[in-house]
Design a protein around this ligand. Structure first.
Ligand code: ATP
Ligand code: MG
Length: 213
């Protein structure tokens, strides 16, 4: 049987990576085979594209150029990692996916939804997420978390984190608009709660939407 495809979306520092890891651990404890992956990235080629896009010294470029780069990375990730895993019955938990492109390059970047629809048709085809968790958080809190994490780990700030608060507010609204448009797939979670509270809510939603894992 095909595995399930679950994605995590939301702004910077909203807890996507934390919750993706906890959900994958939970599913493994229930006996599922699970891979954790991320975008941009998730395959050797796509990770190289990730490094280039997120590098703050990469020269400014148009949202279309960016969407095409993300699509090049995504095509490799979907064909080489996600599709084979799902076909083998493995569950795939992915940290960001097409909704991030819709919001960063679309809602906030100004790229038309026709272009994004077409890219998604070509690159993703039928390999759409079964369920997506949107971690909704006030951007100031998210950026604060990301900055504290940067100080703690020594990791540099990426190109998106460095943008101003108004940009991050547009991202938040973009994600919430997407969720309103796809209530069957996108579940909005209050990401301001404690880590374990959010993890429990995600498990409950998962069981309600997809049945007992
Ligand atoms: N619910 C929470 N409450 C407080 N802190 C949290 C919560 N969830 C995660 N954090 C902390 O906030 C920071 C950002 O979390 P995480 O890396 O999971 O977010 P992210 O959405 O993946 O961020 P990015 O967009 O930068 O990839 C981490 O240091 C993490 O430990
Ligand atoms: Mg992350």
């Amino acid at each position: 049987m095909r595995g399930k495809f679950i994605t995590f979306e939301g702004g910077e520092g909203s807890g996507k990576s934390t919750q993706a890891r906890l959900l994958a651990e939970h599913l493994r404890a229930l006996g599922r085979t699970v891979i954790e992956t991320r975008e941009p990235g998730g395959s050797p080629f796509a990770e190289r594209v990730r490094a280039f896009i997120l590098d703050p010294t990469t020269p400014p470029h148009a949202p279309l150029s960016e969407a095409l780069l993300f699509s090049a990375a995504r095509a490799d990730h979907v064909a080489g990692t996600i599709r084979p895993a799902l076909a083998a019955g493995t569950w795939v938990v992915c940290d960001r996916f097409t909704d991030s492109t819709r919001v960063y390059q679309g809602a906030a970047g100004g790229l038309s939804s026709d272009v994004l629809d077409e890219l998604e048709r070509i690159v993703v085809g039928p390999t759409r997420p079964d369920l997506t968790f949107l971690l909704d958080l006030d951007p100031a809190s998210g950026l604060g978390r990301a900055q504290r994490r940067a100080v703690a780990t020594g990791a540099p700030t990426d190109a998106y984190e460095a943008r101003d608060l108004a940009y991050h507010e547009r991202l938040r609204r973009g994600f919430l608009d997407l969720a309103r448009g796809s209530p069957g797939r996108l579940v909005v979670v209050d990401a301001g709660a404690a880590v374990h509270v959010i993890a429990n809510q995600i498990r409950t939603h998962l069981a309600e939407r997809l049945g007992a894992p």
